[in-house]
Design a binder for this molecule. Sequence first.
Ligand code: ATP
Ligand code: MG
Length: 541
Amino acid sequence: MKNVSVANIKRYERPEILSLLVKRVAGLKNKYRQNIAILGHKSLGKTRLIFELLQRSKCSEIIPIYINVEPMPINKFAKNFIGVILYQYLFIEDTGEIVDEFDFLFNRCKEKIPKTINVIKQIESAIKNKTSTYEIFSMVFELPHLLYEETKKPILLVLDEFHNLENIEVENPFLELSNKIMVQKHTMYLLLSSAIYAAENILSKKLSLLFGNFETIKIQPFDNISAVEFIKEQLDEIKITETLRNFLTFFTGGYPFYLEIITEHIKSIARDKKSDCLTEDILVCAIEETMYKDYGVINQYFRNKYHEFLNTSQTNLFSGILLLIAEGKKKTAEIAGFLGKKNHEINRCINRFIQNDIITKKGVFHEINDSLFVHWLKYVLNRQEQSFNMDIFSSAQEFKTNINNLLYRFNIESKKRIEQRIKELFETFENDIIEIDKKRFKLSRFEKVEINNNNGISLIDGIHLKNNWLCCVGKEFIDENKVGEFLAKVKNKNGSRKILVALEGIDANARLKALEEKVWIWDQKTINELFSLFEKPRFVK
Ligand SMILES: Nc1ncnc2c1ncn2[C@@H]1O[C@H](COP(=O)(O)OP(=O)(O)OP(=O)(O)O)[C@@H](O)[C@H]1O
Ligand SMILES: [Mg+2]
């Protein structure tokens, strides 16, 4: 297959995932079909990634079909599905001009793929005769197979936001879909979803098939390096200090969509002001424009997200809980105390948030998944809900002051040595149970936390009667030797939990060695999850 390389791809374009997808598509051509599910929160770039894949794996040997599944009546779904299939078939097989109209597509394909067209006719008459929606659904999902039979070209069927198949008026759609997936060996199903909780449930319960198993890939926000690379590229003609660039990464949580919107505004404000460097003023102004102003894209986006959820819920209690969590009150008992409710009432609501991918439970803590949404809840929504003051100018000023304060705090934290930041983190532990890296453990309240310097290596020593922690930060890539050095430093400290923070990554053998010696490895993601749980800004370098 030509053009399937992932050369010249930037780190923020997710080369590891893209190369895996390209490999799987090449496998499909060679009669090895592996179905894939890509899950990730909204606006992380799932759809964009797939279009990049389709672009890069363009060839005449497979037929790609991309369907965006939205809640809609089955008739509309069927018509769209058929149209896309016919268009894609002609695009690959026909050199003539294609008119993007249903009748044209249908007539042009009539003689070329008669069996497929025959079932399309049956679908049309089933729709006319109001046959059961299940039958229509079943015929629609027969089409990729028929197209394969008639063209002998494998099909790549992308179903974006596939969980919405539950909302196209068909009862139990995944039962029928799983039958199709199992027998259609030449159709690769690539399912995408931003409803992670629902999608995982469907994949594990309804689509856990014998022969059609899904390889699941989770899309995360940009890591620090990718975010910095992305910002640099976006603001190529604007000078920006490291602090402001890192602040943007922290503030947006590394979500490409937010970074894109804010950097676009920075460019436009800088242009108006004829400035070629990003000042704090311009940055705060761009944030105000996008996140605070009524017409701001991010403001509208969060407002929709918030109301979409609350429309179906007991508004006051839900919004009260969400605002408290945004303010940093992350434990059920704390929330219940504030709102004068029982723990089980709070937990019932929190479960709804979890099922809607708004909150993740991490031991006793509840964390809002999207950190920019947290800032919006705190500085935009909260202010509007609590305020009786109609002076819009003073409230805009207050918003800007809040963002300036956040920037100021980020600045102070960034200037600290990472060891100092970890020491301060350890000092906030209060005997809570936490779950991180799929491990549950207790964050004991330490009697004392010290930083001890020993031959150029700093050890952060959390002292506790029964549960000491010893932590060392690796600021370079960690290999086996580095793990050995760390073990030598802590060898007399039996009974202590040993943690090595791999800020710049770790090689596979070193990780194995650490595992054997019961050393716990934290990467930037782990350390930032902890900082975030304890209301401390993300570490960005
Ligand atoms: N790797 C990337 N590089 C540049 N921009 C990106 C990248 N990923 C996403 N974006 C931008 O972020 C925005 C959201 O991307 P996209 O629509 O693909 O996300 P999604 O995960 O499919 O979201 P949803 O779940 O809401 O459908 C788009 O404007 C896109 O251009
Ligand atoms: Mg999408």
